[in-house]
Design a binder for this molecule. Structure first.
Ligand code: ATP
Ligand code: MG
Length: 446
């Protein structure tokens, strides 16, 4: 059963009526055959870019990449990438074909695609499946189109795309494709970091990432050498039943698929190998590994060219992953204020995942902290300057200026978070007045 947005069918029909071949291709065919809604649509056609533009003039057209043959055709808000059938020339640098040429043959266009499940086309006449993609979909197998080594030599990113699709779809990787991945992965050094990071991020957020990261640890160690020492590193500690890497991957698979959280879980113990000590009883310890790991993760995230927000979230989570929260209102309020609500709950999730991947499993403490934090938030406590019952205007009206305004308000917020003052305007104005007097006299002395 193949269901598809009617606006896409309109575009295919428009091209057919003008006498051109036109098919849906790639990921949208795969997803529709799997019964999931495609998140975007690619169409391949025998029409040349200028012909696409003139035939589709009733729609809004954006010449996204005319030299590659791609026009984005937008029909009632739905963008469809329409691309002239292409065939690739020779590859020389393991990432780009020397030249790309247009072809009137759908078969050529399908043959240059990476995996059989991504190399099918669909039109109203049915599925065009030249490489056994439908059977592979049914059997949940990921397999290269053509000879795997050659396809990975041409464009090494396909190695990582293969692992990514397997991690998203839960497919097994065909033995020939798998052994080519194990031999060809050093070719990934020819691929730009941005392309690698895009695929790797999708991989670790995949539902089935655990299995892939464990079975292809050689590829992971190549991409993230900081993780190599954690592989097979026995922890000699009764709380742990896995080596550091296996524990980290299992912890990662317990987190929800948000990039910063998954990365933090995967990397949370990278500081451990350098911090390992063994006591007289033969028990292993890893003092200070969170701080060291946070520093290593900071550099690693920079190398991956992740955005600053993600990097800072990863570093904070790793730095804080060993904090033991006491179940008291005052302390939880303090942490909610320090970390912000979202990061606080992300940290709890990381800690829960960390515990779940240990010998003893999840303790009762963390769910209790979660409940308490939820109850505290339901009371709408003041945790940020924005929520404070006085503001900068009040401070100015009372005679404060410059840096003193921020200092005074931050101090008031601290007192409110700690429960030493209520968040009530008259009381806070009194406190602010006092501070204005103190700062004023300090200023005069200076
Ligand atoms: P997603 O759901 O992540 O978008 P997708 O299969 O659509 O998956 P895209 O990166 O959007 O992936 O690529 C669209 C199609 O282009 C693929 O299905 C595949 O046929 C082809 N393709 C993309 N990248 C490559 C590549 N590096 N080598 C060969 N074919 C590729
Ligand atoms: Mg796509």
């Amino acid at each position: 059963m193949f269901s598809c947005d009617s606006r896409v069918l309109d575009i295919l029909q428009t091209l057919h009526t003008a006498g051109f071949q036109a098919y849906l291709v790639g990921g949208c065919v795969r997803d529709a055959l799997l019964g999931t809604v495609p998140h975007d649509y690619d169409c391949a056609t025998s029409a040349l870019p200028d012909e696409i533009l003139s035939v589709c003039s009733q729609y809004h057209c954006i010449p996204t990449g005319v030299q590659h043959g791609t026009i984005t055709v937008i029909h009632d808000g739905l963008p469809v990438e329409v691309t002239t059938f292409r065939m690739d020339g020779d590859y020389h640098d393991h990432r780009h074909p020397e030249q790309v040429s247009f072809t009137p043959e759908l078969a050529h266009d399908l043959a240059r695609r990476d995996f059989t499940i991504n190399a099918m086309a669909w039109s109203e006449h049915g599925v065009v499946d030249l490489f056994g993609g439908q059977q592979d979909l049914e059997q949940k197998v990921l397999r290269c189109v053509g000879t795997p080594e050659q396809r990975f030599q041409e464009d090494a990113l396909r190695i990582l795309r293969g692992l990514r699709f397997a991690a998203q779809l839960g497919f097994s990787i065909h033995s020939d494709t798998a052994s080519a991945i194990h031999t060809c992965f050093p070719l990934l050094s020819y691929v730009s970091q941005e392309r690698i990071t895009t695929e790797f991020s999708k991989l670790i957020c995949g539902r089935f990432a655990e299995e892939i990261l464990l079975s292809y640890s050689d590829v992971v160690a190549f991409l993230l050498p900081e993780l190599a020492p954690t592989m097979n590193f026995q922890q000699h500690n009764p709380h742990h039943c896995y080596d550091i890497y296996t524990h980290s991957v299992k912890a990662m698979s317990h987190t929800s698929p948000k990039l910063h959280l998954r990365l933090a879980a995967l990397l949370h113990d990278i500081g451990k190998p350098d911090c390992f000590t063994m006591d007289e009883q033969g028990i292993g310890h890893f003092y200070q590994h969170a701080s060291l790991g946070a520093k290593q993760a900071d550099q690693l995230c920079q190398r991956l060219r992740l955005d600053n927000a993600t990097r800072s979230q990863v570093v904070t989570l790793i730095q804080s992953h060993g904090i033991v929260f006491s179940p008291t209102e005052k302390l939880i309020r303090r942490w909610l204020h320090r970390l912000g609500e979202d990061m606080f709950f992300d940290l709890l999730e990381l800690q829960e995942a960390d515990q779940s991947a240990c010998a003893d499993g999840l303790s009762e403490n963390l769910p209790n902290i979660r409940t308490l934090a939820t109850e505290i938030l339901a009371q709408k406590p003041c945790l940020t300057l924005k929520e404070l019952a006085v503001n900068g205007h009040d401070a100015i009206a009372l005679g404060l200026h410059g840096k003193a305004i921020g200092t005074a308000l931050s101090h008031l917020l601290h007192l409110v978070v700690e429960g030493e003052l209520p968040n009530e305007r008259t009381i806070l104005l009194d406190a602010l007045k006092k501070m204005a007097g103190e700062y004023g006299s300090t200023n005069k002395k200076v």
